[in-house]
Design a protein around this ligand. Structure first.
Ligand SMILES: C[S@@+](CC[C@H](N)C(=O)[O-])C[C@H]1O[C@@H](n2cnc3c(N)ncnc32)[C@H](O)[C@@H]1O
Length: 347
């Protein structure tokens, strides 16, 4: 299909160009699998750094021989996935962001057409819809609230962290405009015995969304890096509200240096990432995995109250966020955090 697309090169766009864009993206993804790369910026220009010998896939023909890898793709719920203990080198995932997107409801629009093409005999397409009782999203219509989401996420994190080699990274992204939606993430990490060693803000694909363009909504996801054992920088373990706000400004300054114009919404999301990380760190010793879900969620809320409460913490974020970030970036000693040897705390 890709060959035909490349050879004919008849790129007459009719309509919004959505189909062409999707094919282009798919093609780029396939090319990326053949030659994966990282991106760096040099003098404001994007530079691809290819990883020599690396490729992604099950097999490839390369210099006259067939290379193969073990790939295990399953179409099943992660809440019930069976995995042998200690086999994984890393878990890298992108769970649903509570109720932000109703995947099954959206997918049904494609599913009904695909089902006609593939046929109902294929077990994956046997059902009349993609709706699934194991779907892990908040959904008011289906009465799936924070408890449901928390319990499901906890099951997934427990299963996958048990399958992880000790000390290996368990990494995922998360984003929500409400702090409460981060509480299930904290519960799931604590239940799984994981410690969050970094919460790294990262511009998300939503930056391209026409729905939120110019609305001031946040386009920053947090990448949570977690491990069962390792070290964490003491610098990011502050319990002091002003110190937490400084971490947020620090992050926003870096994002701005990378070309993002941070909004107050972005600042809040970055803050929520830090609060979630800190809740895991400070609650881990007294955590009781056997408590009812609601009690666990309340325990995290109490932690935020003990810090001073969200309103007070948010009050430390300047309203003129973009201006402040710029100022912060120019006054701080940029190399200090990276250049000096950091004081690490083991866990
Ligand atoms: C944030 S999206 C990930 C999107 C993905 N990174 C991508 O670029 O396509 C979350 C995904 O989790 C899936 N999901 C929801 N409940 C699940 C479950 N119980 N087990 C496995 N996946 C689930 C959703 O259908 C959705 O595709």
């Amino acid at each position: 299909m890709f060959d035909a697309y490349i050879k004919s090169d008849r790129r007459t766009n009719i309509g919004s160009g959505g189909w062409m864009n999707i094919v282009d993206k798919f093609l780029k993804a396939k090319q990326y699998c053949q030659h994966p790369f990282e991106v760096t910026f040099h003098n404001g220009r994007k530079k691809k750094i290819y990883t020599s010998g690396e490729w992604i896939g099950e097999f490839r023909e390369h210099t006259g021989r067939l290379d193969s890898k073990n790939v295990d793709i399953r179409c099943e719920s992660s809440t019930t996935a069976e995995l042998p203990p200690g086999i994984l080198d890393a878990v890298i995932t992108d769970p649903p962001y509570f109720a932000n997107v109703q995947y099954a409801e959206l997918m049904d629009f494609c599913y009904v057409w695909l089902r006609r093409l593939v046929g109902k005999d294929n077990p994956v397409f046997a059902g009349p819809s993609t709706r699934n009782e194991n779907e892990l999203t908040g959904n008011a219509t289906l009465e799936r609230g924070l408890d449901y989401f928390t319990q499901g996420l906890s099951q997934v994190f427990r299963r996958f962290s048990a399958a992880l080699k000790p000390g290996s990274p368990f990494v995922f992204t998360f984003h929500h405009n409400s702090l409460e939606a981060y509480y299930p993430v904290v519960v799931a990490l604590l239940d799984a015995g994981l410690v969050c060693t970094a919460s790294i803000p990262c511009p998300a694909e939503m930056s391209a969304s026409i729905h939120i363009n110019g609305t001031g909504s946040s386009i920053v996801d947090t990448v949570f890096v977690n491990r069962s054992t390792g070290t964490v920088s003491r610098r990011i373990l502050t319990r002091d509200v002003a110190g937490i706000a400084r971490l947020v400004l620090d992050d926003l300054g870096r994002l701005e240096a990378g070309g993002l114009k941070p909004t107050l919404g972005d600042a809040r999301c970055v803050l929520y990432g830090h609060l979630a990380r800190l809740a895991v760190w400070y609650l881990r010793h007294s955590w009781d995995v056997n408590l009812p879900c609601t009690d666990k969620l309340n325990r995290i809320d109490l932690f935020v109250q003990e810090l001073g409460g969200l309103k007070v913490i948010e009050g430390y974020l300047p309203k003129d966020i973009a201006v402040r970030c710029k100022r912060w970036e120019t006054v701080r000693e940029v190399d200090a955090d990276y250049g000096e040897e950091e004081d690490e705390v083991s866990f």
